[in-house]
Design a protein around this ligand. Sequence first.
Ligand code: B1M
Length: 213
Amino acid sequence: MSILEEISENLQKGKAKIVKELVQNAVDSGIDPETVLREGLLPGMSVIGEKFKNNEVYVPEVLVAARAMNMGAQVLKPYLEKAGVKAAGKVCIGTVQGDLHDIGKNLVKMMMEGKGLEVVDLGTDVAPETFIQTAIEQNCQIICCSALLTTTMGVMADVVKKAAEAGIRDKVKIMIGGAPVDEAFCEKIGADKYTPDAASAADAAAEFCASMF
Ligand code: B1M
């Protein structure tokens, strides 16, 4: 079994300490940190997702796997930050109201920090008003919303609406992402950009900031 397969297997079992060690070993042995993320950690989480859908595992197993995923990702953080061109700008990011999923949001944050962007992390279950207030008070160029539930993705439309009501719609870009969201939804609610993964979200944010300075 390759070290990337071992990472995936142990993540699925929720063995956070082992995942952390394996991720460090993989990087030390010269495997590109982004490959460790894409071919080790993310596939492990996908298997858990499928099993969760099919009722083969339940919330506790998913939570320990999520913890292992986050610990592995933390090891990668400094390496991902070193790579890439530095950009300047400020983003506020959060998972929308009613939604507690934060693994994808944390990855997006990490990749954006890797690009040199300053990221204000509002956490999960974030009300539309909180996104707007933060963008105003902290002079953010971008509001970044994550949603993993079909029942919460609609909150993103409220963020766009509230930004217009607050008179900041032409001053901030609104980016959206998460499994149930797509390009068509982005257009429908009038957000500025949908990206399917953390790396493309970070690229798009850096481009937006570069064009706004
Ligand atoms: Co939940 N859950 N969950 N869950 N969970 C899903 C999302 C689900 C698809 C599982 C399923 O049934 N197949 C399903 C949603 C169904 C739907 O709405 N269509 C679901 C459900 C139903 C629920 C509960 C309602 C279950 C229950 O209680 N009955 C409940 C809801 C709680 C709540 O939020 N109010 C719930 C709870 C949980 C846990 C707490 C157990 C745990 C979350 C732990 C945590 O996040 N700390 C959990 C998990 C882990 C999942 C799955 C298994 C994995 C999600 C994940 O982290 N993926 C998920 C099944 C799945 O996705 N296959 C599932 C890995 C992550 C890296 O991917 O978040 O997609 P993702 O992020 C990607 C991209 O989407 C993108 O970049 C990331 C990396 O490349 N991206 C962005 C994300 N945000 C972005 C923002 C951007 C740009 C890109 O901004 C610009």
